[in-house]
Design a protein around this ligand. Structure first.
Ligand code: FMN
Length: 231
């Protein structure tokens, strides 16, 4: 069976990219793993995992409750190609939240992101995690301690949180904060990415169950989800 998706371009030369699952299509182990991941769920959905530090938390996005009145909300996100940025800005707009853009100190170019190229930066770093730089342009906004609620947004890369977000989780102290993950992907679910981020945060913060949005999700769908958190 062959499944094709045609989202926006990754490589510099391609105007569209097609993820194909099926015999004979895959060139590298990395793209094979990515394509296998893309054969999963295809609609926006709440993830099944949640964590408060290392322990599961009760909240789920489907039963998201309003934040306490007077909450100070930050939407921190990494977006390599703009999809997560759009979602993050919608959430921030609905909640009157501040935004913080997570950026690797050495950002990925469009060529770097070409998962079809077995020698591209992203494939090389996927296959060799020790070659990833863990340095961010900035670890957090200067007033990070003043926020009690932090939405953290990221694209899924090979079924996991893209690595700028894992660096953000590792390098910050979320103590006293409620943390709500959201991700965008072509078709992979949130899966355990939120729980893994909670673990990387060293048990700090109360991490809620997150949500996954399809990469081209409508603004209204995101806004509807975000409105549930309005105090
Ligand atoms: C290197 C790379 C790996 C990806 N891996 C997956 C994956 O495993 N599953 C999936 O559904 N989509 C995958 N995608 C697609 C992205 O998750 C999706 O396009 C996302 O919305 C991109 O967000 P952004 O535009 O904010 O960077 C991948 C994209 C790239 C560039």
């Amino acid at each position: 069976m062959t499944t094709a998706h045609t989202p926006r371009a990754v490589g510099a030369s391609a105007s569209r990219r097609t993820f194909l699952t099926g015999a004979g299509v895959l060139a590298t182990a990395a793209s094979g793993a990515l394509l296998a991941a893309c054969g999963r769920s295809s609609s926006s959905s709440a993830g099944s995992s949640a964590a408060s530090g290392s322990a599961p938390a009760a909240s789920s996005s489907s039963s998201a409750s309003p934040l306490p009145s007077g909450s100070s909300v930050l939407v921190a996100y990494y977006s390599a190609q703009g999809h997560t940025k759009t979602v993050a800005e919608t959430i921030a707009g609905e909640l009157g939240a501040s935004t913080f853009v997570i950026e690797p100190a050495n950002p990925f170019s469009q060529d770097d992101l070409n998962w079809r190229d077995s020698s591209s930066r992203v494939v090389t770093e996927y296959e060799n995690p020790d070659q990833r730089s863990t340095q961010l342009a900035s670890n957090a906004p200067a007033d990070f301690s003043s926020y009690d609620t932090v939405f953290v947004g990221y694209p899924i890369w090979w079924q996991s949180a893209s690595w700028a977000m894992t660096d953000f989780a590792r390098q910050n102290d979320f103590t006293g904060k409620t943390v709500i993950p959201f991700c965008t992907s072509l078709s992979s679910p949130l899966s355990s990415s939120g729980t893994e981020l909670a673990e990387m945060a060293g048990g700090s913060g109360t991490w809620q169950e997150g949500i996954r949005f399809e990469e081209n999700v409508s603004t209204e769908e995101v806004a509807q989800w975000a409105r549930q958190f309005r105090p």
